[in-house]
Design a protein around this ligand. Structure first.
Ligand SMILES: *Cc1c(COP(=O)(O)O)cnc(C)c1O
Length: 401
């Protein structure tokens, strides 16, 4: 198990200017330049250091519980008439894939000599994953969160506080994720020397999308080895993952992007329907714009204001998509589908009853598209089960029939 650090010629990896095709870059205010530049200059060097790799791998093993199993889902396979495997990121400590990235970034922050960690969070999942590793490493943790989200996500706010983090409400604008992001960026500008900003997905200015994708690439690294053991081949026919910002999908796709025989399927949240006005299907609805300092596809009004997204799953409720995914979409390398709230709820119930696994609502979006793929009985399909459903029980109970 190695973190992918080789710079490669793949057209699906970031280029030296920080772009995937026309997407990416670092559209940052001048005052942020020193922070981002320090990170850009150092991240690959630090990540390729054997001592760093050893510490990262040890924590993934003993603290996170990796490798996560690749589980052959027998009853689900019978239902969809293909060989379906679930990559069990739901079994990680803290219940999702996000911790792979926060472990990597906290180790990096320590090597950069940082004393203080900031993050922003919408639903609180990334905030909890960040507060967790800050407790582990005894670093100060400040999490910005929209005041509306603080009301909506009380259990995660409690978790962060119990883990020792300070949760700071963002009270401007719509008082949600994008306002929390603005506050975090402001903090970083004011504290350039001692602070590292942990971004939670493959979004933000270069080098974040690439750095986060490399930390999450452990997912496809493990899938290859596990598939080889189970099927005799490293390559599945399909890899399916849900996409909010895109980090679990980036990790699940990473080692397969240059394998043309492996079909990549990215599933976005259609909310109440792609054209209902309550959706987060960015590849379908977005246009080129700049969000979180990155040029990418973005849901926006005619005059460029960000459109509030909607999804029943908080983790997919994001108006942009990472630049890698915008590129995978534009080049056609990945197929982009979307799942409505109702389809995803149905898929979550189905997995619970067929396999005894209650998935996160986000992951249920990926499961919901099994019914639409032209699957053959000998096809090997890997679904990235990005997280567990405990956090979604209130929503599930509300919709229990
Ligand atoms: C946050 C989250 C997502 C969405 O984030 P990506 O960066 O797109 O992976 C998906 N699934 C779960 C369980 C999450 O917590």
């Amino acid at each position: 198990m190695d973190i992918a650090v080789n710079t490669s010629q793949s057209r699906y990896h970031v280029n030296e200017k920080g772009y995937y095709g026309q997407f990416g870059g670092a559209y940052i205010p001048e005052m942020l330049y020193p922070n981002v530049e320090e990170l850009r200059q150092q991240y690959l060097q630090i990540m390729s250091d054997p001592g760093f790799q050893q510490e990262f791998e040890q924590l993934l093993k003993d603290y996170v519980g990796r490798p996560s199993p690749l589980y052959f889902a027998k009853r689900l396979s019978e239902k969809y008439k293909a060989k379906i495997y679930l990559k069990r990121e739901d079994l990680n400590h803290t219940g999702a894939h996000k911790v792979n990235n926060t472990i990597g970034q906290i180790l990096l922050a320590k090597r950069l000599g940082k004393k203080r960690i900031i993050a922003e969070t919408g639903a609180g999942q990334h905030g909890v994953a960040t507060a967790t590793v800050c407790a582990l490493m005894d670093l100060e943790c400040i999490v910005y969160m929209g005041s509306v989200d603080i009301q909506r996500q009380a259990p995660n706010v409690a978790r962060m506080k119990m883990l020792g983090a300070t949760v700071v409400p963002a009270t401007s604008g719509s008082k949600t994720l994008k306002d929390a992001t603005n506050e975090a960026i402001r903090d970083w500008i004011n504290n350039p020397v001692d602070t590292h900003y942990i971004i939670g997905s493959v979004v933000g200015p270069h080098p974040y999308p690439d750095m986060v994708a490399r930390f999450q690439s452990v997912i496809s690294e493990e899938i290859k080895q596990q598939l080889l053991e189970k099927t005799g081949s490293e390559d599945p026919d399909y890899v399916i993952a849900c996409v909010g910002g895109g980090s679990n999908a980036a990790g699940a796709f990473f080692h397969f992007t240059d394998r043309g025989n492996v079909k990549l399927v990215a599933v976005e949240a259609a909310g109440k329907g792609v054209n209902s006005g309550y959706s987060a299907a960015t590849s379908q609805l977005g246009r080129l714009g700049i969000i979180h300092a990155s040029k990418t596809l973005l849901m926006q009004t005619d005059d460029g204001q960000i459109v509030e997204p909607h999804s029943i799953s908080a983790g997919l409720d994001y108006p942009g998509v990472g630049p890698l995914h915008a590129h995978l979409y534009e080049t056609g390398r990945a197929q982009f589908l979307n799942a409505t709230d109702d389809e995803s709820l149905a898929a979550a119930y189905e997995l619970s009853l067929l396999e005894g696994i209650i998935p996160a609502l986000e992951s249920a979006h990926a499961l919901a598209k099994l019914k639409e793929l032209p699957l053959q009985p000998d096809n090997v399909v890997v679904v990235c089960l990005s997280g567990r459903g405990d956090k979604d029980l209130e929503t599930y109970i509300k919709h229990l029939k």
